[in-house]
Design a protein around this ligand. Sequence first.
Ligand code: DGT
Ligand code: CA
Ligand code: CA
Length: 574
Amino acid sequence: MPVHNADIAAIFEEIADRLEIQGANPFRIRAYRNAARTLGELPQEARALLEKGENLTRLPGIGDDLAGKIHEIVSTGRCSLLERLRRELPPAVTELLQIPGLGPKRVKALYHDLEVQTVEQLHRAARDGRIRALPGFGEKTERNILQAVEAHASQTRRFKLAVAAQYADALCAYLQTTPGVNQVVVAGSFRRMRETVGDLDILVTAAADNPAIQRFTAYDEVAEVLSAGATRASVILKSGLQVDLRVVAQQSYGAALHYFTGSKDHNIAIRRIAQKLGLKINEYGVFRGAERIAGEDEASVYRSVGLPYIAPELRENRGEIEAARGGRLPRLVERSDLRGDLHAHTKASDGHDSLRDMALAARALGLEYLAITEHSRHLTIAHGLDPLRLTRQCDEIDRLNPELDGITLLKGIEVDILEDGSLDLPEDVLGRLDLVIGAVHSRFDLSRARQTERILRAMDHPHFTLLAHPSGRLIDQRPPYDVDMLRIIRHAKQRGCFLELNAHPQRLDLLDSNCQTAKEEGVLVSINSDAHSTFDFANLRYGVGQARRGWLEKNDVLNTHSLAALRPLIRRTM
Ligand code: DGT
Ligand code: CA
Ligand code: CA
């Protein structure tokens, strides 16, 4: 069975959880968590890297020991450490850590004193009033636990787009080899490039009597078959991800793809237009009475209701149908429009590769410039640079650039925006750089007024170029901080600065709705990888997807400019 990065990440997370419940050394626990994050977000499969003979210790947070574990997991599908830990504590215990308010200590007490092993048992214990008697718990904690358990039950798990992509790619490649199968395409929210997906919806076109459904349910990553009929099936993979499959004839490809791409609201709006024209649209085609008039491709479906083709990323019923009707659809930015990347780290701070290797990897992806933007000194956990180290790096870039062919390194910094809106490095140091990215990495809890003011003051700095990951959110982990984004965007316009759309799969920040605002206000957005290793440039495609969901066109994006055109834009004189 193929092992995906997300599977290895899940194993490391579980090891960390179990070590934590056992009260192990915090550094050891942290190492597993960091490794899980690295793997979970690595755009290339670790399995493929090992097959190519790559040394995994090149990855952030992966030392010899962890590299050995990854090797064991990839080659055997098992992890002996995890198996040992599972013998020491029952399997479901780690699930309890998902309940807000329950840390490892409490989970340990619940298990030892009340034999609570599962969320259901926890629910019962709380309802029966057995928890309040435990040392360190009390009635209020018990009530909070009860509420948290009930809230937990009502929320369904979503997968980050980049994680879902790992499962989708492997499954599609497998399905593609089925006899009689023609096209295999992932529809649903995945095709619309939503930042997270609830499940995968795969559409297959095939000749009659094809074995696609049997082959699908026999896939070795399937944990449970929910349903399997002649033309549709649903399964749950071992990772917990649900996959719905539909098989249609080739002539229905466009209609089915349109139907299963959604969104539901978009589909309903399109069907309403069809009804007014006396047409019926379903997943098999567009019909006038019994006659099929369209459906072989998506463009024919739109044509049948008098509209031009609408890109999947726009299909949210957020004005795209009106824009299509009025001939005002945007020509969305594409990955190949990007000429450079304005946010990357090397091993000088918390990145993992050298200046030269980062430059060559960016060039291999067709970029003509790359800004090196290490963290600044305030961010000590990331080995942020002080003025001396930054100066040394600038000198190194100046020496390296003449040797590089086809790509130019720009000198930058990702400087911390301090609580009062001042920047973490002195003015003369910042003035020597090609660009200055400002970032909030602390005090996410400030009030809306103070957080907004903090960022506006930072933008007033004469050298400030670009606001990094403007909302600060981490998908599933940290909500956006509270700011007045419209004011920030307008201030950026006034000061001649820009906003970043950080393409890291965990960030995808600027949010799509804010992209639209930036566009309306005339503020350019820079789609940046925030690469911490040469692999991370591949994430640019998720940033482009998010930008497209935000209706951005080539001209709305700062780094679609050539280096010559970029330079005057990022030179601040105000
Ligand atoms: P997700 O999975 O929650 O991230 O979001 P989607 O958009 O992938 O939703 P899903 O998987 O429930 O359904 C896939 C597509 O199938 C959806 O985007 C549109 C279509 N669809 C599902 N149910 C309905 C429905 O009741 N009416 C219509 N018109 N389309 C539907
Ligand atoms: Ca879906
Ligand atoms: Ca679905």
